[in-house]
Design a protein around this ligand. Structure first.
Ligand code: ADP
Ligand code: MG
Length: 455
């Protein structure tokens, strides 16, 4: 028998010994779970990986895409997608381009922004998660195929179906679903109950920096992050489960707003709606250890302007007055229960801004009878608003997934009180409340009738 050519022998090695490719060719040192992922891709048709945030999923998968291409070509195709185009282009492909450019040997082929071409039937390609434009999922007839869904919780079931169809023809097919398990329904969730998938779980506690409580690999999740989420949300919270433990949320049903709907809104590629409604909400700290937060919502976009510790009435009023003078189109809604009343009164005394300052008594009567008070009504408004919203990413927005709701004895829906949240170790949702204020009914202030019409 003739000896295989050196290239073939090398390809066999790339296939059989993923670590060799990552180390020797890319100069990349995968950590344990990253290697487990590579071995699963070597040995299994389908792999599903649920993981905490910042475990190096995208980093490693982009490098696996290169390994697959050079180990299985010619006639090898790698396709990747993610919920948003930003994730495809600026995360996955930024990693792939970086790995390609820094490889220790020239890899060959022609590298574009979201495509790596070796020839007609030998390439890697990024595809958008767009149900209306699924051509990308047609017409691959490659001998070997790897399909990667990054942040798989957020990928549309229709794209999933299309990918299954497209993979039907290949000889060597590898399908990888990887992501933060934000949603307990949909194809990603189902994969963990599907016997045809090899399943991998990664928790922050498996990762090198958290294990060592020191920075071993810059960029990977840290011990401080784990502690921060634990202190803020509590160990039994869904936020901790999803982001630190890499577990699916327990029951999305008893919290009003799902983590998934928040993450989908972060930097979302969504159409910008009318910016006429320009409203800020101020949530004033109630307890000594709490923060006061100002969130601005303009049409379907929102961002956290600032979060400050404490509730000094004069300081907060001064900060808000400055803010209103600098942002002439903003109307400010303040929760007037407790300390907030002092801030409201102080701002109302100032003639140049007084008509842009409104008070909300969140215990007041809502417009919709199904709700117990304005507080839950405005949180429900946030839930609905989030479907088309664009949030500027801020950790505080995760608070929206915290409060539970229940049915009060009157039969009306009621939101968990800040005090009850405190009791189960969850910090009060200041950013969440501030955003909710921008979608609530004002109970105090000038020209309330006009505000009603605007909402
Ligand atoms: N094996 C590794 N070696 C060096 N740096 C790594 C490694 N894995 C991950 N990183 C670093 O961690 C960062 C976060 O990884 P990323 O893939 O974005 O996490 P995830 O997709 O899990 O949220 C990367 O940008 C990179 O800097
Ligand atoms: Mg990622």
């Amino acid at each position: 028998m003739a000896k295989p050519s050196p290239e073939i022998a090398l390809q066999d090695r790339f296939r059989d010994d993923p670590e060799f490719f990552h180390r020797e060719v890319l100069g990349h040192e995968p950590w344990g779970k990253q290697l487990e992922i590579s071995r699963s891709i070597r040995d299994h048709r389908n792999t599903a990986i649920r993981s905490n945030n910042g475990s190096g999923k995208t980093y490693h998968m982009a490098r696996e895409a290169l390994r697959f291409l050079y180990a299985y070509g010619p006639e090898a195709v790698v396709i990747n997608t993610a919920p948003t185009w930003t994730q495809v282009e600026n995360q996955f492909w930024r990693n792939l381009r970086d790995a390609y450019n820094k490889a220790r040997y020239p890899l060959g082929g022609h590298l574009l922004k979201t495509k790596l071409d070796i020839d007609e039937t030998w390439f890697a390609l990024g595809i958008a998660n767009d149900e209306h434009n699924m051509e990308g999922f047609q017409g691959w007839h490659a001998k070997s195929m790897l399909v990667i869904f990054d942040e798989a919780s957020g990928i549309s079931p229709k794209i999933y179906e299309a990918a299954l169809g497209a993979m039907a023809g290949g000889h060597t097919v590898r399908f990888v679903l990887i992501g933060n398990p934000t949603q307990n329904s949909g194809p990603f969730y189902d994969a963990f109950k599907d016997p045809t998938f090899n399943k991998i779980h990664i928790s922050a506690f498996d990762t090198p920096n958290v294990q060592a409580k020191a920075q071993i690999v810059p960029g990977l999740v840290t011990w401080d992050f784990v502690e921060e989420v634990r202190k803020k949300f509590g160990e039994d919270s869904d936020v901790y489960r999803v982001r630190v433990l890499g577990e699916f949320p327990q029951r999305a049903s008893d919290t009003l707003i799902s983590i998934d709907s928040i993450e989908r809104a972060f930097g979302a590629d969504r159409e910008l709606q009318s910016q006429d409604d320009d409203t800020a909400g101020l949530d004033v700290a109630r307890f000594g250890d709490d923060d006061s937060a100002l969130v601005r919502r303009t049409g379907n976009t929102a961002k956290v302007e600032w979060v400050v510790n404490g509730n000094n009435t004069m300081e907060l009023a001064g900060k808000c007055a400055m803010y209103l003078r600098a942002n002439k189109t903003v109307r400010l809604y303040i929760d007037v229960i407790g300390v907030g009343a002092g801030v409201f009164d102080r701002l109302r005394e100032q003639p140049d801004i007084t008509d842009r300052v409104f008070g909300v008594n969140v215990a007041g009567k809502p417009r919709d009878d199904d709700y117990l008070n304005i507080r839950i009504e405005s949180w429900a408004n946030v839930r609905d608003w989030l479907r088309d919203a664009i949030l500027e990413k801020h950790e505080g927005f995760y608070e929206l997934a915290q409060p539970k709701y229940k049915i009060a004895s009157s039969g009306k829906l009621q939101l968990e009180s800040k005090e009850d949240m405190k009791k189960r170790g969850v910090k009060s949702p200041n950013v969440g409340d501030a955003l909710a204020l921008t979608l609530s009914r004002a109970t105090e202030g000038e020209n309330l009738g006009i505000v009603f019409l605007a909402l």
